[in-house]
Design a protein around this ligand. Structure first.
Ligand code: G6P
Length: 608
Protein backbone atom coordinates (compact mmCIF):
# COMPACT_ATOMS: atom_id res chain seq x y z
CA UNK A 1 0.00 0.00 0.00
CA UNK A 2 2.58 2.41 -1.14
CA UNK A 3 2.98 4.95 -3.89
CA UNK A 4 5.59 4.80 -6.61
CA UNK A 5 6.64 7.43 -9.12
CA UNK A 6 9.61 7.21 -11.47
CA UNK A 7 10.89 9.23 -14.41
CA UNK A 8 13.47 9.16 -17.18
CA UNK A 9 13.68 12.38 -19.17
CA UNK A 10 15.94 14.83 -20.96
CA UNK A 11 15.62 17.34 -18.09
CA UNK A 12 15.98 17.35 -14.31
CA UNK A 13 13.29 15.18 -12.76
CA UNK A 14 13.42 16.19 -9.09
CA UNK A 15 10.29 18.34 -9.15
CA UNK A 16 8.35 15.76 -11.16
CA UNK A 17 9.20 13.11 -8.58
CA UNK A 18 8.35 15.33 -5.62
CA UNK A 19 5.11 16.63 -7.07
CA UNK A 20 4.11 13.12 -8.11
CA UNK A 21 4.86 11.50 -4.78
CA UNK A 22 3.01 14.25 -2.93
CA UNK A 23 -0.11 13.31 -4.92
CA UNK A 24 0.34 9.67 -4.00
CA UNK A 25 0.56 10.38 -0.31
CA UNK A 26 -3.00 9.07 0.06
CA UNK A 27 -1.56 5.58 -0.52
CA UNK A 28 0.68 5.74 2.52
CA UNK A 29 2.33 8.42 4.55
CA UNK A 30 4.57 6.81 7.15
CA UNK A 31 7.76 7.77 5.37
CA UNK A 32 9.02 8.63 1.90
CA UNK A 33 12.19 8.59 -0.13
CA UNK A 34 13.73 9.41 -3.45
CA UNK A 35 16.77 8.23 -5.42
CA UNK A 36 18.28 9.58 -8.61
CA UNK A 37 21.35 8.76 -10.63
CA UNK A 38 23.15 12.10 -11.07
CA UNK A 39 25.31 13.34 -13.96
CA UNK A 40 28.45 11.83 -12.35
CA UNK A 41 26.68 8.45 -12.26
CA UNK A 42 26.33 8.50 -8.46
CA UNK A 43 23.20 7.27 -6.72
CA UNK A 44 21.80 10.05 -4.56
CA UNK A 45 19.23 8.82 -2.08
CA UNK A 46 17.25 10.84 0.44
CA UNK A 47 14.79 9.25 2.85
CA UNK A 48 12.66 10.74 5.62
CA UNK A 49 10.24 9.48 8.24
CA UNK A 50 6.91 11.35 8.31
CA UNK A 51 4.92 13.12 5.66
CA UNK A 52 6.12 13.77 2.12
CA UNK A 53 6.68 17.42 3.08
CA UNK A 54 9.65 16.27 5.18
CA UNK A 55 11.17 14.72 2.08
CA UNK A 56 10.47 17.82 0.00
CA UNK A 57 12.22 20.01 2.62
CA UNK A 58 15.20 17.70 2.75
CA UNK A 59 15.57 17.38 -1.03
CA UNK A 60 15.29 21.14 -1.52
CA UNK A 61 18.05 21.70 1.05
CA UNK A 62 20.42 19.42 -0.88
CA UNK A 63 19.81 20.85 -4.39
CA UNK A 64 20.23 17.54 -6.19
CA UNK A 65 19.47 16.79 -9.82
CA UNK A 66 19.22 13.83 -12.19
CA UNK A 67 17.56 12.64 -15.38
CA UNK A 68 16.50 9.25 -14.07
CA UNK A 69 15.11 8.36 -10.67
CA UNK A 70 12.28 7.19 -8.50
CA UNK A 71 10.35 8.16 -5.38
CA UNK A 72 8.20 6.21 -2.96
CA UNK A 73 5.76 6.90 -0.17
CA UNK A 74 5.43 4.08 2.35
CA UNK A 75 2.65 2.53 4.41
CA UNK A 76 4.55 0.08 6.58
CA UNK A 77 3.84 -3.64 6.21
CA UNK A 78 7.25 -5.25 6.76
CA UNK A 79 9.44 -3.53 9.29
CA UNK A 80 8.69 -0.60 11.57
CA UNK A 81 8.48 3.00 10.42
CA UNK A 82 12.11 4.10 10.24
CA UNK A 83 14.54 5.74 7.85
CA UNK A 84 16.31 2.40 7.27
CA UNK A 85 13.05 0.79 6.19
CA UNK A 86 12.08 3.63 3.86
CA UNK A 87 12.38 3.03 0.11
CA UNK A 88 14.23 3.17 -2.27
CA UNK A 89 16.38 0.20 -1.30
CA UNK A 90 19.77 -0.31 -2.86
CA UNK A 91 21.97 -3.27 -3.50
CA UNK A 92 25.22 -1.96 -4.99
CA UNK A 93 24.15 -0.79 -8.52
CA UNK A 94 20.48 -1.84 -8.16
CA UNK A 95 17.84 0.61 -6.88
CA UNK A 96 14.31 -0.61 -6.12
CA UNK A 97 10.95 0.76 -5.01
CA UNK A 98 8.20 -1.73 -4.40
CA UNK A 99 4.50 -1.95 -3.61
CA UNK A 100 3.25 -5.26 -2.25
CA UNK A 101 4.24 -7.98 0.16
CA UNK A 102 6.73 -10.79 -0.48
CA UNK A 103 5.47 -13.72 1.56
CA UNK A 104 8.65 -15.81 1.30
CA UNK A 105 10.96 -12.92 2.15
CA UNK A 106 12.32 -14.60 5.32
CA UNK A 107 13.53 -17.66 3.40
CA UNK A 108 15.10 -15.47 0.71
CA UNK A 109 16.72 -13.27 3.35
CA UNK A 110 18.42 -16.28 4.96
CA UNK A 111 19.58 -17.46 1.54
CA UNK A 112 20.94 -14.04 0.54
CA UNK A 113 22.71 -13.60 3.88
CA UNK A 114 24.49 -16.87 3.18
CA UNK A 115 25.62 -15.36 -0.14
CA UNK A 116 27.23 -12.55 1.85
CA UNK A 117 24.61 -9.79 1.52
CA UNK A 118 24.27 -7.39 4.43
CA UNK A 119 20.77 -6.14 5.25
CA UNK A 120 20.26 -2.63 6.56
CA UNK A 121 16.47 -2.82 6.84
CA UNK A 122 13.73 -5.25 7.87
CA UNK A 123 11.86 -4.84 4.60
CA UNK A 124 10.96 -7.39 1.99
CA UNK A 125 11.99 -4.79 -0.61
CA UNK A 126 15.63 -4.94 0.36
CA UNK A 127 15.36 -8.69 -0.22
CA UNK A 128 14.24 -7.93 -3.80
CA UNK A 129 17.16 -5.52 -4.31
CA UNK A 130 19.74 -8.09 -3.17
CA UNK A 131 18.06 -10.90 -5.09
CA UNK A 132 18.20 -8.87 -8.30
CA UNK A 133 21.84 -8.08 -7.67
CA UNK A 134 22.66 -11.70 -6.97
CA UNK A 135 20.82 -12.93 -10.09
CA UNK A 136 22.43 -10.26 -12.26
CA UNK A 137 25.93 -11.16 -11.13
CA UNK A 138 25.43 -14.88 -11.47
CA UNK A 139 25.19 -14.79 -15.27
CA UNK A 140 25.80 -11.16 -16.20
CA UNK A 141 22.31 -11.08 -17.72
CA UNK A 142 20.48 -7.96 -18.82
CA UNK A 143 18.39 -6.33 -16.10
CA UNK A 144 15.23 -7.42 -17.90
CA UNK A 145 16.29 -11.09 -17.86
CA UNK A 146 17.42 -10.71 -14.27
CA UNK A 147 14.01 -9.40 -13.25
CA UNK A 148 12.23 -12.22 -15.09
CA UNK A 149 14.34 -14.81 -13.27
CA UNK A 150 14.03 -13.12 -9.90
CA UNK A 151 10.28 -12.70 -9.91
CA UNK A 152 9.89 -16.44 -10.36
CA UNK A 153 11.42 -16.75 -6.90
CA UNK A 154 9.10 -14.18 -5.29
CA UNK A 155 5.85 -15.34 -3.69
CA UNK A 156 3.35 -12.56 -3.16
CA UNK A 157 2.90 -9.16 -4.78
CA UNK A 158 5.78 -7.24 -6.19
CA UNK A 159 4.87 -4.25 -8.31
CA UNK A 160 8.21 -2.51 -8.55
CA UNK A 161 10.43 -0.12 -10.45
CA UNK A 162 14.13 -0.86 -10.79
CA UNK A 163 17.11 1.17 -12.00
CA UNK A 164 20.54 -0.24 -12.67
CA UNK A 165 23.02 2.57 -12.19
CA UNK A 166 25.33 0.87 -14.67
CA UNK A 167 22.71 1.48 -17.36
CA UNK A 168 21.09 4.72 -16.21
CA UNK A 169 18.95 5.21 -19.32
CA UNK A 170 16.05 2.92 -18.51
CA UNK A 171 13.51 2.21 -15.83
CA UNK A 172 12.23 -1.31 -15.55
CA UNK A 173 8.77 -1.88 -14.11
CA UNK A 174 7.20 -5.19 -13.15
CA UNK A 175 3.56 -5.40 -12.19
CA UNK A 176 2.15 -7.97 -9.80
CA UNK A 177 -0.75 -7.27 -7.47
CA UNK A 178 -0.72 -3.49 -7.45
CA UNK A 179 -1.26 -1.15 -10.38
CA UNK A 180 1.46 0.56 -12.37
CA UNK A 181 0.80 3.01 -15.15
CA UNK A 182 3.24 4.43 -17.69
CA UNK A 183 2.83 8.11 -18.49
CA UNK A 184 3.94 9.08 -21.98
CA UNK A 185 5.68 12.44 -22.28
CA UNK A 186 7.20 14.42 -25.13
CA UNK A 187 10.73 14.39 -23.80
CA UNK A 188 10.66 11.51 -21.42
CA UNK A 189 8.49 8.82 -19.92
CA UNK A 190 7.20 8.12 -16.44
CA UNK A 191 5.84 5.37 -14.22
CA UNK A 192 3.46 5.68 -11.27
CA UNK A 193 1.09 3.72 -9.09
CA UNK A 194 -1.76 5.99 -10.15
CA UNK A 195 -2.25 8.40 -13.04
CA UNK A 196 -3.00 11.16 -10.50
CA UNK A 197 0.74 11.39 -9.85
CA UNK A 198 1.44 12.24 -13.47
CA UNK A 199 -1.54 14.34 -14.54
CA UNK A 200 0.54 17.51 -14.21
CA UNK A 201 2.84 16.27 -17.00
CA UNK A 202 0.77 14.07 -19.28
CA UNK A 203 -2.70 12.84 -20.15
CA UNK A 204 -1.48 9.83 -22.14
CA UNK A 205 -1.23 6.60 -20.19
CA UNK A 206 -0.50 2.93 -20.76
CA UNK A 207 -1.71 0.62 -18.02
CA UNK A 208 0.43 -2.40 -17.28
CA UNK A 209 -1.37 -5.69 -16.81
CA UNK A 210 -0.65 -8.43 -14.30
CA UNK A 211 2.66 -10.13 -15.08
CA UNK A 212 3.88 -7.37 -17.44
CA UNK A 213 7.48 -6.20 -17.41
CA UNK A 214 8.12 -2.83 -19.09
CA UNK A 215 11.36 -1.22 -20.19
CA UNK A 216 10.85 2.52 -20.13
CA UNK A 217 13.36 4.82 -21.79
CA UNK A 218 13.25 8.52 -22.65
CA UNK A 219 11.93 7.99 -26.16
CA UNK A 220 10.71 4.43 -26.15
CA UNK A 221 8.75 1.91 -24.14
CA UNK A 222 8.66 -1.85 -24.58
CA UNK A 223 6.27 -4.10 -22.74
CA UNK A 224 6.53 -7.87 -22.30
CA UNK A 225 3.62 -9.91 -21.02
CA UNK A 226 3.60 -12.70 -18.45
CA UNK A 227 4.87 -15.15 -21.07
CA UNK A 228 7.64 -12.73 -22.00
CA UNK A 229 6.17 -11.91 -25.40
CA UNK A 230 6.53 -8.34 -26.59
CA UNK A 231 3.10 -6.78 -26.53
CA UNK A 232 1.38 -3.49 -27.40
CA UNK A 233 -0.84 -2.10 -24.67
CA UNK A 234 -3.50 0.49 -25.48
CA UNK A 235 -2.74 4.17 -24.94
CA UNK A 236 -5.53 5.76 -22.88
CA UNK A 237 -6.20 9.48 -22.82
CA UNK A 238 -7.24 10.46 -19.32
CA UNK A 239 -10.29 12.65 -18.78
CA UNK A 240 -9.42 13.35 -15.16
CA UNK A 241 -8.94 16.98 -14.38
CA UNK A 242 -5.76 17.90 -12.60
CA UNK A 243 -7.54 20.81 -10.92
CA UNK A 244 -9.98 18.44 -9.23
CA UNK A 245 -7.01 17.05 -7.31
CA UNK A 246 -6.36 20.46 -5.70
CA UNK A 247 -7.94 21.68 -2.44
CA UNK A 248 -8.96 25.09 -3.77
CA UNK A 249 -10.72 27.22 -1.17
CA UNK A 250 -11.19 24.34 1.27
CA UNK A 251 -9.02 23.53 4.27
CA UNK A 252 -9.09 19.80 3.64
CA UNK A 253 -9.75 17.46 0.75
CA UNK A 254 -12.45 15.80 2.79
CA UNK A 255 -14.26 19.10 3.27
CA UNK A 256 -13.98 19.82 -0.46
CA UNK A 257 -15.23 16.36 -1.32
CA UNK A 258 -18.22 16.64 1.02
CA UNK A 259 -19.17 19.93 -0.63
CA UNK A 260 -18.63 18.52 -4.11
CA UNK A 261 -21.35 15.91 -3.65
CA UNK A 262 -24.18 17.77 -5.40
CA UNK A 263 -21.97 18.19 -8.44
CA UNK A 264 -20.60 14.66 -8.46
CA UNK A 265 -24.13 13.25 -8.17
CA UNK A 266 -25.31 15.58 -10.97
CA UNK A 267 -22.41 14.42 -13.13
CA UNK A 268 -23.21 10.78 -12.43
CA UNK A 269 -26.88 11.29 -13.31
CA UNK A 270 -26.05 13.27 -16.43
CA UNK A 271 -23.62 10.59 -17.55
CA UNK A 272 -26.17 7.79 -17.46
CA UNK A 273 -29.47 9.52 -18.22
CA UNK A 274 -30.53 9.93 -21.83
CA UNK A 275 -32.51 12.94 -23.04
CA UNK A 276 -35.79 11.06 -22.59
CA UNK A 277 -34.75 10.41 -18.96
CA UNK A 278 -34.16 6.72 -19.46
CA UNK A 279 -31.09 5.13 -17.94
CA UNK A 280 -28.32 4.10 -20.27
CA UNK A 281 -25.30 2.15 -19.01
CA UNK A 282 -23.23 1.91 -22.21
CA UNK A 283 -21.15 -1.06 -21.07
CA UNK A 284 -24.21 -3.09 -20.23
CA UNK A 285 -26.60 -2.01 -22.92
CA UNK A 286 -26.11 -4.80 -25.42
CA UNK A 287 -25.88 -7.57 -22.90
CA UNK A 288 -27.75 -6.31 -19.88
CA UNK A 289 -30.95 -8.10 -20.82
CA UNK A 290 -29.07 -11.37 -20.82
CA UNK A 291 -27.61 -10.71 -17.41
CA UNK A 292 -30.17 -8.96 -15.32
CA UNK A 293 -33.12 -10.51 -17.07
CA UNK A 294 -31.94 -13.93 -16.03
CA UNK A 295 -30.42 -13.07 -12.65
CA UNK A 296 -32.32 -14.42 -9.69
CA UNK A 297 -29.90 -13.22 -7.05
CA UNK A 298 -27.33 -10.48 -6.61
CA UNK A 299 -24.18 -10.92 -4.55
CA UNK A 300 -22.30 -7.75 -3.71
CA UNK A 301 -18.75 -7.77 -2.36
CA UNK A 302 -16.82 -4.74 -1.10
CA UNK A 303 -14.75 -3.24 1.74
CA UNK A 304 -15.02 -0.21 4.01
CA UNK A 305 -17.33 2.57 2.89
CA UNK A 306 -18.08 0.74 -0.36
CA UNK A 307 -19.35 -2.17 1.72
CA UNK A 308 -21.67 0.20 3.57
CA UNK A 309 -23.02 1.52 0.26
CA UNK A 310 -23.65 -2.07 -0.79
CA UNK A 311 -25.58 -2.71 2.43
CA UNK A 312 -27.94 0.19 1.67
CA UNK A 313 -28.52 -1.11 -1.84
CA UNK A 314 -29.62 -4.51 -0.54
CA UNK A 315 -32.78 -2.83 0.76
CA UNK A 316 -33.39 -1.25 -2.65
CA UNK A 317 -32.71 -4.36 -4.74
CA UNK A 318 -35.11 -6.40 -2.64
CA UNK A 319 -37.89 -3.89 -1.98
CA UNK A 320 -37.93 -2.10 -5.34
CA UNK A 321 -36.67 -4.64 -7.87
CA UNK A 322 -37.78 -7.72 -5.99
CA UNK A 323 -34.45 -9.45 -6.47
CA UNK A 324 -32.76 -11.15 -3.50
CA UNK A 325 -29.43 -9.57 -2.67
CA UNK A 326 -26.63 -10.53 -0.30
CA UNK A 327 -23.70 -8.36 0.69
CA UNK A 328 -20.42 -9.61 2.06
CA UNK A 329 -17.13 -8.12 3.16
CA UNK A 330 -14.58 -9.03 0.49
CA UNK A 331 -11.95 -10.57 2.79
CA UNK A 332 -14.59 -12.88 4.30
CA UNK A 333 -16.06 -13.77 0.92
CA UNK A 334 -12.79 -14.96 -0.53
CA UNK A 335 -11.64 -16.85 2.52
CA UNK A 336 -14.42 -19.41 2.74
CA UNK A 337 -15.99 -22.17 0.71
CA UNK A 338 -19.04 -20.63 -0.90
CA UNK A 339 -22.33 -22.13 -1.95
CA UNK A 340 -23.22 -19.97 -4.96
CA UNK A 341 -26.93 -19.26 -5.31
CA UNK A 342 -28.68 -20.30 -8.51
CA UNK A 343 -28.43 -17.65 -11.26
CA UNK A 344 -26.51 -15.28 -9.09
CA UNK A 345 -24.81 -12.18 -10.48
CA UNK A 346 -21.77 -10.68 -8.75
CA UNK A 347 -21.22 -6.97 -8.20
CA UNK A 348 -18.03 -5.53 -6.75
CA UNK A 349 -18.07 -2.02 -5.43
CA UNK A 350 -14.96 0.07 -5.01
CA UNK A 351 -13.80 3.66 -5.19
CA UNK A 352 -10.24 2.85 -6.16
CA UNK A 353 -10.72 -0.40 -8.05
CA UNK A 354 -7.47 -1.54 -6.46
CA UNK A 355 -8.54 -2.84 -3.04
CA UNK A 356 -6.68 -6.12 -2.76
CA UNK A 357 -9.42 -7.95 -0.86
CA UNK A 358 -12.09 -6.96 -3.39
CA UNK A 359 -9.86 -7.96 -6.29
CA UNK A 360 -9.16 -11.34 -4.69
CA UNK A 361 -12.88 -11.82 -4.16
CA UNK A 362 -13.55 -11.11 -7.85
CA UNK A 363 -10.80 -13.50 -8.94
CA UNK A 364 -12.18 -16.17 -6.60
CA UNK A 365 -15.77 -15.61 -7.76
CA UNK A 366 -14.74 -16.02 -11.39
CA UNK A 367 -13.86 -19.63 -10.65
CA UNK A 368 -17.31 -20.23 -9.18
CA UNK A 369 -20.60 -20.37 -11.03
CA UNK A 370 -21.78 -16.73 -11.16
CA UNK A 371 -23.79 -15.59 -14.19
CA UNK A 372 -21.34 -12.77 -14.66
CA UNK A 373 -19.81 -9.86 -12.81
CA UNK A 374 -19.97 -6.11 -12.80
CA UNK A 375 -17.87 -3.56 -10.95
CA UNK A 376 -19.13 -0.17 -9.88
CA UNK A 377 -15.97 1.84 -9.56
CA UNK A 378 -14.65 5.40 -9.55
CA UNK A 379 -11.33 4.76 -11.26
CA UNK A 380 -11.20 4.22 -14.96
CA UNK A 381 -8.46 1.78 -15.94
CA UNK A 382 -8.23 0.29 -12.45
CA UNK A 383 -7.66 -3.43 -11.91
CA UNK A 384 -11.28 -4.12 -10.96
CA UNK A 385 -12.52 -2.35 -14.09
CA UNK A 386 -10.09 -4.29 -16.24
CA UNK A 387 -10.79 -7.67 -14.73
CA UNK A 388 -14.58 -7.45 -14.54
CA UNK A 389 -16.98 -8.50 -17.30
CA UNK A 390 -18.73 -5.13 -17.10
CA UNK A 391 -18.21 -1.85 -15.35
CA UNK A 392 -20.09 1.29 -14.47
CA UNK A 393 -17.97 4.27 -13.52
CA UNK A 394 -19.20 6.59 -10.81
CA UNK A 395 -18.50 10.18 -11.80
CA UNK A 396 -17.25 11.38 -8.42
CA UNK A 397 -13.96 12.74 -9.77
CA UNK A 398 -10.70 12.22 -7.94
CA UNK A 399 -11.20 11.55 -4.23
CA UNK A 400 -8.14 12.23 -2.09
CA UNK A 401 -9.40 12.26 1.52
CA UNK A 402 -8.79 8.84 3.03
CA UNK A 403 -12.31 8.82 4.46
CA UNK A 404 -14.63 8.33 1.50
CA UNK A 405 -17.52 10.76 1.06
CA UNK A 406 -18.44 11.62 -2.51
CA UNK A 407 -17.61 8.14 -3.73
CA UNK A 408 -20.16 6.75 -1.23
CA UNK A 409 -23.00 8.97 -2.45
CA UNK A 410 -22.19 8.47 -6.14
CA UNK A 411 -22.02 4.71 -5.59
CA UNK A 412 -25.48 4.89 -4.04
CA UNK A 413 -26.69 6.98 -6.99
CA UNK A 414 -25.46 4.37 -9.48
CA UNK A 415 -26.84 1.50 -7.41
CA UNK A 416 -30.26 3.12 -7.29
CA UNK A 417 -30.12 3.66 -11.06
CA UNK A 418 -29.24 0.01 -11.49
CA UNK A 419 -32.24 -0.94 -9.38
CA UNK A 420 -34.36 1.26 -11.68
CA UNK A 421 -32.91 -0.48 -14.73
CA UNK A 422 -33.77 -3.90 -13.30
CA UNK A 423 -37.26 -2.67 -12.41
CA UNK A 424 -37.58 -1.70 -16.10
CA UNK A 425 -36.70 -5.22 -17.22
CA UNK A 426 -39.40 -6.46 -14.92
CA UNK A 427 -41.79 -4.01 -16.55
CA UNK A 428 -42.20 -2.07 -13.29
CA UNK A 429 -41.87 1.19 -15.17
CA UNK A 430 -43.54 3.25 -12.44
CA UNK A 431 -40.72 2.29 -10.05
CA UNK A 432 -37.93 3.33 -12.40
CA UNK A 433 -39.78 6.58 -13.17
CA UNK A 434 -40.11 7.32 -9.47
CA UNK A 435 -36.43 6.55 -8.82
CA UNK A 436 -35.25 8.80 -11.64
CA UNK A 437 -37.49 11.61 -10.48
CA UNK A 438 -36.34 11.29 -6.85
CA UNK A 439 -32.68 11.16 -7.86
CA UNK A 440 -33.05 14.33 -9.91
CA UNK A 441 -34.08 16.20 -6.74
CA UNK A 442 -31.13 14.89 -4.71
CA UNK A 443 -28.34 17.37 -5.61
CA UNK A 444 -30.40 20.43 -4.68
CA UNK A 445 -31.54 18.78 -1.43
CA UNK A 446 -27.92 18.10 -0.53
CA UNK A 447 -27.10 21.73 -1.26
CA UNK A 448 -29.70 22.71 1.35
CA UNK A 449 -28.27 20.45 4.03
CA UNK A 450 -24.72 21.61 3.35
CA UNK A 451 -25.91 25.07 4.32
CA UNK A 452 -26.65 23.73 7.81
CA UNK A 453 -22.94 23.38 8.45
CA UNK A 454 -22.90 25.90 11.31
CA UNK A 455 -25.52 23.92 13.24
CA UNK A 456 -23.57 20.70 12.74
CA UNK A 457 -20.36 22.45 13.82
CA UNK A 458 -22.01 23.42 17.14
CA UNK A 459 -22.99 19.81 17.79
CA UNK A 460 -19.52 18.64 16.78
CA UNK A 461 -17.94 20.95 19.35
CA UNK A 462 -20.12 19.39 22.05
CA UNK A 463 -19.18 15.86 21.00
CA UNK A 464 -15.48 16.30 20.48
CA UNK A 465 -14.52 15.16 24.00
CA UNK A 466 -16.71 12.03 23.93
CA UNK A 467 -15.08 8.63 24.23
CA UNK A 468 -17.94 6.56 22.82
CA UNK A 469 -20.81 7.21 20.44
CA UNK A 470 -23.57 4.76 19.62
CA UNK A 471 -25.28 5.14 16.22
CA UNK A 472 -28.75 3.73 15.67
CA UNK A 473 -30.94 3.36 12.60
CA UNK A 474 -33.59 1.05 11.24
CA UNK A 475 -33.99 -0.41 7.76
CA UNK A 476 -31.74 1.26 5.20
CA UNK A 477 -30.74 3.80 7.85
CA UNK A 478 -28.90 1.08 9.74
CA UNK A 479 -26.11 0.99 7.08
CA UNK A 480 -26.21 4.80 7.11
CA UNK A 481 -25.61 4.60 10.87
CA UNK A 482 -22.69 2.21 10.20
CA UNK A 483 -21.19 4.65 7.70
CA UNK A 484 -21.68 7.59 10.10
CA UNK A 485 -19.89 5.65 12.85
CA UNK A 486 -17.09 4.66 10.47
CA UNK A 487 -16.45 8.31 9.52
CA UNK A 488 -16.11 9.25 13.22
CA UNK A 489 -13.77 6.33 13.93
CA UNK A 490 -11.60 7.01 10.90
CA UNK A 491 -10.92 10.70 11.33
CA UNK A 492 -11.92 11.71 14.89
CA UNK A 493 -10.57 8.56 16.63
CA UNK A 494 -13.69 8.20 18.76
CA UNK A 495 -14.99 4.74 19.40
CA UNK A 496 -18.27 4.68 17.50
CA UNK A 497 -20.48 1.69 17.02
CA UNK A 498 -23.64 1.25 14.97
CA UNK A 499 -26.60 -0.97 15.81
CA UNK A 500 -29.94 -1.64 14.22
CA UNK A 501 -32.22 0.22 16.64
CA UNK A 502 -34.31 -2.91 17.06
CA UNK A 503 -31.34 -4.67 18.65
CA UNK A 504 -31.02 -2.09 21.39
CA UNK A 505 -32.68 -4.28 23.99
CA UNK A 506 -30.45 -7.20 23.10
CA UNK A 507 -27.25 -5.67 24.40
CA UNK A 508 -26.34 -2.04 23.78
CA UNK A 509 -28.98 -0.76 26.23
CA UNK A 510 -26.65 -1.98 29.00
CA UNK A 511 -24.15 0.68 27.92
CA UNK A 512 -26.56 3.57 28.31
CA UNK A 513 -25.91 6.08 31.08
CA UNK A 514 -25.28 9.83 31.19
CA UNK A 515 -21.82 9.27 29.61
CA UNK A 516 -23.14 7.60 26.52
CA UNK A 517 -23.96 9.67 23.45
CA UNK A 518 -26.44 8.16 21.03
CA UNK A 519 -26.97 9.41 17.48
CA UNK A 520 -30.23 8.31 15.93
CA UNK A 521 -31.23 8.59 12.29
CA UNK A 522 -34.99 8.84 12.23
CA UNK A 523 -36.69 10.21 9.13
CA UNK A 524 -40.42 9.89 8.80
CA UNK A 525 -41.24 6.43 7.48
CA UNK A 526 -43.06 3.30 8.56
CA UNK A 527 -40.45 2.59 11.21
CA UNK A 528 -40.65 5.98 12.87
CA UNK A 529 -42.96 4.88 15.71
CA UNK A 530 -40.61 2.05 16.61
CA UNK A 531 -37.65 4.35 16.66
CA UNK A 532 -39.57 6.80 18.87
CA UNK A 533 -39.87 3.98 21.40
CA UNK A 534 -36.12 3.45 21.21
CA UNK A 535 -35.58 7.14 21.91
CA UNK A 536 -37.76 6.86 25.02
CA UNK A 537 -35.87 3.78 26.22
CA UNK A 538 -32.54 5.57 25.95
CA UNK A 539 -33.94 8.80 27.37
CA UNK A 540 -35.20 7.06 30.53
CA UNK A 541 -31.72 5.71 31.19
CA UNK A 542 -30.07 9.11 30.91
CA UNK A 543 -28.28 8.74 27.56
CA UNK A 544 -27.50 11.93 25.67
CA UNK A 545 -29.40 11.73 22.38
CA UNK A 546 -29.02 13.53 19.04
CA UNK A 547 -31.77 12.72 16.56
CA UNK A 548 -31.36 13.54 12.86
CA UNK A 549 -34.91 13.77 11.55
CA UNK A 550 -37.42 15.67 9.44
CA UNK A 551 -39.90 15.37 12.33
CA UNK A 552 -40.53 17.23 15.58
CA UNK A 553 -40.47 15.10 18.70
CA UNK A 554 -41.97 15.74 22.07
CA UNK A 555 -38.92 15.05 24.17
CA UNK A 556 -36.88 15.42 27.34
CA UNK A 557 -33.88 17.69 27.98
CA UNK A 558 -31.37 15.04 27.05
CA UNK A 559 -32.80 14.71 23.52
CA UNK A 560 -31.63 17.13 20.82
CA UNK A 561 -33.36 17.17 17.47
CA UNK A 562 -31.44 18.19 14.37
CA UNK A 563 -34.30 19.07 12.07
CA UNK A 564 -33.57 18.32 8.43
CA UNK A 565 -35.60 19.20 5.35
CA UNK A 566 -38.07 16.61 4.10
CA UNK A 567 -36.83 14.66 1.11
CA UNK A 568 -38.34 11.90 -0.98
CA UNK A 569 -38.15 8.58 0.81
CA UNK A 570 -36.28 6.79 -1.98
CA UNK A 571 -33.27 9.08 -1.82
CA UNK A 572 -33.42 9.88 1.90
CA UNK A 573 -30.67 7.38 2.89
CA UNK A 574 -28.23 9.17 0.56
CA UNK A 575 -29.31 12.51 1.98
CA UNK A 576 -28.95 11.50 5.64
CA UNK A 577 -25.27 10.59 5.34
CA UNK A 578 -24.36 14.20 4.54
CA UNK A 579 -24.90 15.65 8.05
CA UNK A 580 -23.06 12.66 9.51
CA UNK A 581 -20.07 13.27 7.22
CA UNK A 582 -20.07 16.92 8.27
CA UNK A 583 -20.33 15.91 11.92
CA UNK A 584 -17.28 13.64 11.69
CA UNK A 585 -15.39 16.32 9.80
CA UNK A 586 -16.10 19.05 12.35
CA UNK A 587 -15.37 16.79 15.34
CA UNK A 588 -11.99 15.87 13.81
CA UNK A 589 -11.38 19.53 13.03
CA UNK A 590 -12.09 20.64 16.60
CA UNK A 591 -9.77 17.89 17.88
CA UNK A 592 -7.04 19.08 15.51
CA UNK A 593 -6.68 15.69 13.83
CA UNK A 594 -5.08 15.05 10.47
CA UNK A 595 -8.35 14.77 8.59
CA UNK A 596 -7.15 13.83 5.12
CA UNK A 597 -4.56 11.36 6.33
CA UNK A 598 -5.77 9.69 9.50
CA UNK A 599 -3.20 7.68 11.41
CA UNK A 600 -2.55 4.10 10.29
CA UNK A 601 -5.04 4.30 7.39
CA UNK A 602 -4.59 4.58 3.66
CA UNK A 603 -6.97 5.39 0.87
CA UNK A 604 -6.13 2.48 -1.32
CA UNK A 605 -5.48 -0.78 0.50
CA UNK A 606 -3.52 -2.81 -2.00
CA UNK A 607 -2.41 -5.55 0.38
CA UNK A 608 -4.63 -8.31 1.78
C1 G6P B 1 -9.80 1.91 2.67
C2 G6P B 1 -10.19 3.37 2.66
C3 G6P B 1 -11.71 3.50 2.76
C4 G6P B 1 -12.39 2.69 1.66
C5 G6P B 1 -11.93 1.23 1.67
C6 G6P B 1 -12.43 0.49 0.44
O1 G6P B 1 -10.07 1.37 3.90
O2 G6P B 1 -9.57 4.05 3.72
O3 G6P B 1 -12.09 4.86 2.65
O4 G6P B 1 -13.77 2.74 1.84
O5 G6P B 1 -10.50 1.18 1.64
O6 G6P B 1 -11.84 1.07 -0.70
P1 G6P B 1 -12.42 1.00 -2.14
O7 G6P B 1 -11.44 1.79 -2.96
O8 G6P B 1 -12.43 -0.44 -2.53
O9 G6P B 1 -13.77 1.59 -2.14
Amino acid sequence: MCGIVAAVTRYNIINILLEGIKKLEYRGYDSSGLAVVDHKNNIIRIRCVGKVNELIKEVNKKKISGHIGMAHTRWATHGKISKENTHPHISSNIIVVHNGVINNNSILRVFLKKQGYIFYSDTDTEVIAHLLHWEQNKKKDSLQQTIRKSIKKLHGNYSMVVIDKNNPFQLIAARSGSPLVIGLGEEGNFIASDQIALLHITKRFVYLEEGDVAIVKKKEINIFNRKNFKIERKVTISNLQYKSAKKGKYSHYMEKEIYEQPISIRNTLKHYLKENNSIYFPELESKEKNIFYHAEHIQIVACGTSYNAALVSKYWFESLANIPCDVEIASEFSSRKLAVRKKSFLITLSQSGETADTLSALRYAKKLGYLGNLTICNMEGSSLVKESDFHILTQAGIEIGVASTKSFTTQLTVLLMLVAKIADFKKKYFISKKIIHSLSTLPSQIEKILKKNELIKTIANKLSNKKNILFLGRGEYYPIAIEGALKIKEIAYIHAEAYPAGELKHGPLALIDENMTVIIIAPKNLLLEKIQNNIKEICLRGGLIYVFSDQDFDCEDNVHIIKLPKVQELIAPIFYIIPLQLLAYYIALSKGKNIDQPRHLAKSVTVE
